[in-house]
Structures are given as C-alpha cells and as structure tokens.
Design a protein around this ligand. Structure first.
Ligand code: NAD
Length: 262
C-alpha cells in the first residue's frame, strides 16, 4: 500500500519499540512515508536513532517539549532537510509518577503545571510551529488520548485532566487550522503496555478490566493503534477533523459490564 508515498511525517513520542508512536510510524513507513523523529533527550536518542533507521529514516531531532522554545528549535533543525510536512504524530505525555496514585485532590501545583505543559500545551505549540510547513498543502495532525479524559479511571488523576484539555485543544485547533485544510484529531487508545502506561499505579487492574469488558474482549495492540494512525495520516480520513476516535475494542461504550456467562 503506498497511501503515503512522497509524504513527509514528523513523529514525536518514540521512547522504544513498544511506543504507540513507533506503531504508527511503522505503518506510515510501510505506506511509503518519509519520516522524521524527535527524541526527548540524549539517553533516548540512542534508542530512537536505530528505530528510525529500521524505518528508513536518518532524520532525528532533539526536542524536549518542557523547554521553552524547544519545539521551535526542533522545527528550525527540521527545516534544514524539509520544507514541507504532511502529517504530524504527537504522542507525548508526562506526569510525576508519585501523583499517578492516590487522590487527585493532592495534585501539586508544580506537577499540575508541568503535566499540562508536556501532555497538553505541547500539541498547541507543535501545531503552531508546524503550520508554516503545512499550510500550502493541508495535512493531518494527530495526538493520543485516553478514556480517563472523560470517565474516571483509577489513579489517572492529573493525566485525566490533561487529556480532557488535550481533547478540547484538538477541537479548537481543528477550527483554527481547518481553513488551511489541516485536520486535527485524537486517537483514544485502550490500554497498551508501554513505559508511560506502566507509570500509572494499578495499570494491571485497568488493563485486565478493559480486556475483559471490551466489546472485542481484548485491548488493542500497538499495531492496531498504528493502523488507525495510518488512517489519520492519510487521505483516507480527508473528511474527518476535530474528532476523538476510540481504538479500544469498544470499551468506552460499556455502562454496566455483561454478567459472566454461565
Ligand atoms: P511511551 O512512554 O512509549 O511514550 C511517551 C513519550 O512521551 C516518550 O517518547 C517520551 O520521551 C515522551 N515525552 C515525555 N515527556 C516529554 C518531554 N518533556 N519532551 C518530549 N517528549 C516527552 O508511552 P506511550 O504509551 O506510547 O505514550 C504515547 C501517548 O499515548 C501518550 O500521550 C499517552 O498518554 C498516550 N496513550 C497511551 C496509552 C497506553 O495505554 N499506553 C493509552 C492511551 C493513550
């Protein structure tokens, strides 16, 4: 399939080969896209660079979104190689692990601010920085959310608040960028075993409950999330913007789980 032949895609949020961003990148590369990757710090560069190479990319750029101007600097670096971006994958989130447990009530001001900055505001900054590279050709920006944005899930706490704000950002950005034919959407994935996922206290309970009660009786894997990423990156989703698209085997629809079969 060469859905993305000749298209340039920027992938932000690969930490290792289990990262959701890597799952999306694999499908986009298979569909013919040229990819560039950001990495958060030098330690992750050592992991991201070889993974990028497996997908035919030698374009890796440092970008810590918590640093003021970090996204603009990354775009300036990218501009030395690319003058057009067709799609952007934003798969970045962070909250202090010690507050992904216990009561949301105890969220500190410092962690609230940094969680919102990294997990939510970075999408807005990224969209603004990517606009000059996208505005003449349109394209697609996607981010990653989770059900904890609008339902209560154990220990998700400040990340639930950040994801709610992220989903609202998707809608407002979709309006602002719609005039340039740029689509902005979120994928709300069910639990996938990743580094970020493991930081949430009791993740195993959430994983099992979702698996047992999803309409498909399983959680999605990164390959399935990757395929939905390909849909958003490509013209297959050309009529879709401002959406939160669930890739969770239908778990979000459950009110009361079915009784166990006799
Ligand atoms: P992951 O740990 O593989 O990826 C998280 C990424 O965020 C890492 O690459 C990390 O480097 C990056 N990051 C964190 N702080 C950063 C900073 N200051 N600057 C730049 N990058 C930074 O985990 P993942 O599960 O693949 O997470 C990707 C996205 O998917 C996140 O937004 C996460 O909330 C979301 N998500 C995950 C799940 C799940 O179950 N794993 C479910 C729904 C949504």
């Amino acid at each position: 399939m060469s859905l993305l032949a000749g298209k340039n895609g920027l992938i932000m949020g690969v930490a290792n080969d289990h990262s959701i961003a890597y799952g999306i990148a694999q499908h986009c590369a298979k569909a013919g896209a040229n990819l560039a990757f950001t990495y958060q710090n030098d330690m992750l560069a050592k992991r991201v660079q070889p993974l990028a190479e497996t997908l035919g990319s030698e374009l890796t750029v440092p970008c810590d979104v918590s640093v003021e101007g970090g996204i603009d600097t990354a775009m300036d670096t990218l501009a030395k190689s690319w003058n057009q971006i067709d799609f952007v994958v934003h798969a970045v989130a962070f909250a202090d692990k010690s507050e992904l447990r216990g009561a949301y009530l105890n969220t500190s001001r410092e962690n609230f601010t940094s969680s919102m900055m990294v997990s939510c505001y970075s999408l807005t900054e990224l969209a603004r920085a990517a606009l000059p590279f996208m505005k003449d050709n349109g394209g697609s920006i996607m981010t990653m959310s989770y059900l904890g944005a609008n339902r209560i899930t154990p220990n998700y706490n400040v990340m639930g608040v950040a994801k709610a704000a992220l989903e609202a950002s998707v809608r407002y950005l979709a309006v602002d960028l719609g005039r340039y034919n740029i689509r902005v959407n979120a994928i709300s994935a069910g639990p996938v075993k990743t580094l970020a996922g493991a930081a949430i206290s009791g993740a195993r309970h959430v994983y099992r409950h979702s698996e047992q009660n999803a309409l498909l009786n399983r959680n999605p894997d990164m390959d399935e999330v990757g395929r939905s990423g390909l849909y958003f990156a490509s013209d297959l989703s050309s009529g879709v913007s401002g959406e939160v698209h669930y890739v969770d085997g239908g778990y979000n629809l459950i009110g009361v789980p079915q009784p166990e079969a006799d």
